[in-house]
Design a protein around this ligand. Structure first.
Ligand SMILES: Cc1ncc(COP(=O)(O)O)c(C=O)c1O
Length: 441
């Protein structure tokens, strides 16, 4: 157990999250249900913020990458923790603003931001837009001109470092729909282009090197490469960048193949990065840049679980046993998309030994609608409660109404207190936007 463990098994043999018994949660709210532990979320936001405050004299900002989980309540939590957010669409931006999130701490990303999204951003005076194409720079400059405002911007660049879980590679040329490559000269071209735009104020550079990363050195290397590029731009274009945004990607525990990190481990990642930035600044004769981080998954991922009720069980002798639940790829598409691995347990019989390996299937009309494959479980019965862990990130935010199933509601737990932060959908919600043209009636 470490201080981030939001989960425990209580005296009744039930799984608890944030002090709430999951069996009672299911009695009160039903299944499928997303459950989030507020303290866990806050602890993660704090560890990043406090490390920047302590190790870098507060010369930076943690911006929660809200693509991981976006709803009004999460923006309220981020606001009360005094951190920033990153948004990637008009929808995320609108949600944040309607939750009263301070606009100056909003960073907007996206490789193809729509004119309407850029207008929404400028009209709401958001802090920073991260430029991802020449077209966007042109559009944004024109939008700002019409309103006589100047917008702070960063440029997304590809430093030639790609990281995934336990390894990272240095690449000469980046094949990505995002950003501008340093190696092929386009990062320099866009810098020069943006510097000529009278209504854009270029502050520096952003990069994002991957996801689910446990390798500290990859962040260090990326930061060093971005800073080398800053030094180059100072010499070549007389441009002094004052901001470096190192993106997100810090890894979390999904199953026993992943390390279980403590809060102090996340602080260590950040300390190593800060240390490298400080010494690189000294070597290059640059001022220490304002540091932005964009953790998403590591803030909400382990804070969330999904609860399901076991329904049909199909045992194909000698081949496979399927345990079907009342959710599926419509609430968690990550197995279908990336064969992501999850840890599952029976929440109402959490102390029982696992006696078999099963495949957890959803209820959609798709053979690939699986949540987890070959997971050890005690012998499950219809009516058991199945908990899938670490579903706080990229589950609700990727959910859909496929097969016209309801996207499950979400409950926030705070020291045993439970309340909805996303209410259940109804059949009325499902047909809300449907129209039958007169001629079809
Ligand atoms: C630009 C950017 N920032 C931050 C993130 C968040 O990454 P993570 O949730 O892995 O921390 C992403 C994820 O795709 C991203 O693309």
């Amino acid at each position: 157990m470490n201080e981030r463990d939001t989960l425990k098994i209580n005296a009744k043999g039930h799984l608890e999250i944030g002090g709430a018994d999951t069996v009672e949660l299911v009695e009160k709210f039903g299944t499928p249900l997303y459950v989030f532990d507020e303290l866990h979320i806050r602890n993660m936001m704090r560890v990043y913020k406090e490390t920047i405050d302590k190790e870098y004299c507060g010369n930076g900002l943690v911006t929660y990458a809200s693509k991981a989980f976006s709803c009004k309540a999460i923006y309220s939590i981020a606001r009360s923790e005094n951190i920033g957010i990153d948004v990637v669409s008009g929808g995320e931006l609108y949600t944040a603003i309607s939750a009263g999130f301070p606009a100056d701490k909003i960073y907007m990303h996206g490789n193809n931001k729509l004119v309407s999204e850029l207008e929404l951003a400028v009209d709401n005076n958001i802090g920073t837009v991260i430029i991802d194409s020449f077209r966007e720079a042109e559009l944004l400059d024109n939008i700002c001109k019409k309103r006589s405002v100047v917008q702070n911007v960063l440029i997304r660049i590809n430093p030639g470092v790609e990281a995934h879980t336990h390894a990272f590679v240095q690449t000469a040329r980046t094949d990505s729909k995002f950003g501008f490559s340093i190696s092929d000269g386009t990062a320099e071209e866009i810098t020069s282009y943006v510097l000529k735009k009278s209504n854009l104020r270029l502050r520096g550079y952003h990069c994002h090197i991957g996801s689910q990363i446990f390798e500290k050195q990859s962040f260090v290397l990326a930061a060093e490469k971005v800073m080398d590029f800053m030094a180059l731009m100072k010499v070549k274009l007389d441009f002094t960048a004052d901001t470096i945004d190192i993106g997100g990607g810090f890894g979390i525990w999904y199953n026993n193949e992943d390390p279980k990190l403590k809060l102090s481990d996340y602080a260590e990642y950040l300390k190593a990065l800060i240390c490298a930035i400080k010494s690189k600044a000294k070597v290059l004769g640059l001022n220490e840049p304002f540091l932005i981080l964009e953790p998403g998954r590591s803030i909400v991922g382990e804070a969330g679980i999904t609860l399901y009720t076991v329904g049909a069980i199909k045992d194909i002798a000698g081949i496979k046993k399927y345990i079907a639940v009342d959710g599926g790829m419509f609430d968690n598409p990550r197995y279908a998309l990336y064969q992501s691995k999850y840890y599952a347990l029976l929440a109402n019989r959490a102390n029982e030994d696992c006696t078999e390996k099963v495949t957890i299937a959803g209820k959609c009309c798709e053979s690939g609608d699986l949540i987890a494959v070959d997971v050890p479980l005690p012998k499950a019965e219809s009516g058991d409660i199945l908990a899938v862990l670490s579903t706080g990130a990229y589950n609700y935010s990727m959910a859909s109404n496929y097969n016209r199933n309801f996207i499950p509601p979400a409950v926030l737990v705070n020291a045993g207190e439970t309340e909805y932060i996303i209410k259940p959908q109804t059949f009325e919600d499902i047909v809300r936007n449907d129209i039958i043209p007169e001629r079809l009636k």
